[in-house]
Design a binder for this molecule. Structure first.
Ligand SMILES: [Ca+2]
Length: 250
């Protein structure tokens, strides 16, 4: 039933109906999802692998505060998020391996180890949500997204681009690249792109996308310097730092 990568089994029991299966889970705060198979009568309870906050997109799609929902709906997990300059993203290798920031609703990085763990059993969909300074909203999507192990410097595989009107594939140069930070240069450039542009990313000879660049407030967001800021080159250009940026996987 549905996409259950974000979940791990908590309990299974038998039930007469989906309602009975759901009711059986309401007393258990650890259970965030139920799946009922009508032909076998099997009722399965699941909990979020990385904690409830990572299932908020699923929960939002199922009417706010409702604590238990049914498998089969789209449950997006936020893996990266920029909304302001309150969290520094110019960090080192060890810091990027782990989660940092304010949680998925604020400025946030889920961590390279989690990105690998979440995509190790098979590629996921990646959705990117962007807000420009005129408050227009844009999206890009990749049908296949996975991150390799630490031993391969978390090499990125990303393909199957689609996007909203005007939005281009700004991650094509990142496909197949290893991750680089200020203290770990795995790019193909003669300098360290992470160090030169003050962030961390799957750089090649640098990048047309740079969600982990330095956040710029409106007064400094437009007009450069080149490729610094929260960048999505097509169509915004390399001198435009976005107001909001979010990466989610399904
Ligand atoms: Ca280099």
């Amino acid at each position: 039933p549905g996409r259950l990568f974000d979940y791990e089994p908590a309990k299974s029991l038998s039930a007469q109906s989906k309602i009975e299966c759901t009711v059986a889970a309401t007393g258990d705060p650890a259970v965030q999802l139920v799946a009922f198979n009508a032909s076998s009568g099997l009722c399965a309870h699941f909990r979020c692998r990385l904690g409830l906050s990572h299932c908020r997109k699923c929960r939002a799609a199922n009417k706010g505060a409702q604590r238990v929902w049914t498998a089969g709906s789209d449950c997006w997990t936020t893996v990266q998020h920029r909304v302001s300059g309150s969290v520094d993203f110019y960090r080192n290798w060890t810091q990027y391996q782990s989660e940092f920031g304010e949680g998925p609703d604020g400025n946030y990085w889920i961590g390279l180890n989690s990105l690998h763990a979440l995509t190790a059993s098979g590629p996921r969909k990646l959705r990117i949500l962007m807000k420009a300074w005129n408050d227009s909203e844009h999206w890009a999507e990749y049908s296949s997204f996975s991150v390799g192990p630490e031993s391969d410097n978390y090499r990125l595989s990303v393909s199957g681009f689609s996007g909203s009107a005007g939005v281009g594939n700004s991650m094509s140069r990142n496909n197949g690249r290893q991750f680089s930070t200020r203290d770990a240069d795995h790019d193909t450039y003669h300098q360290n792109c992470a160090d030169r542009f003050f962030g961390a990313w799957w750089f090649s000879d640098c990048s047309d996308s740079f969600p982990n660049g330095q956040y710029r407030d409106f007064s400094a967001a437009i007009g450069g310097p080149f490729a610094e800021g929260v960048i999505w080159r097509y169509p915004f250009g390399s001198y435009y730092s976005l107001k909001e940026f979010e990466m989610l996987i399904l």
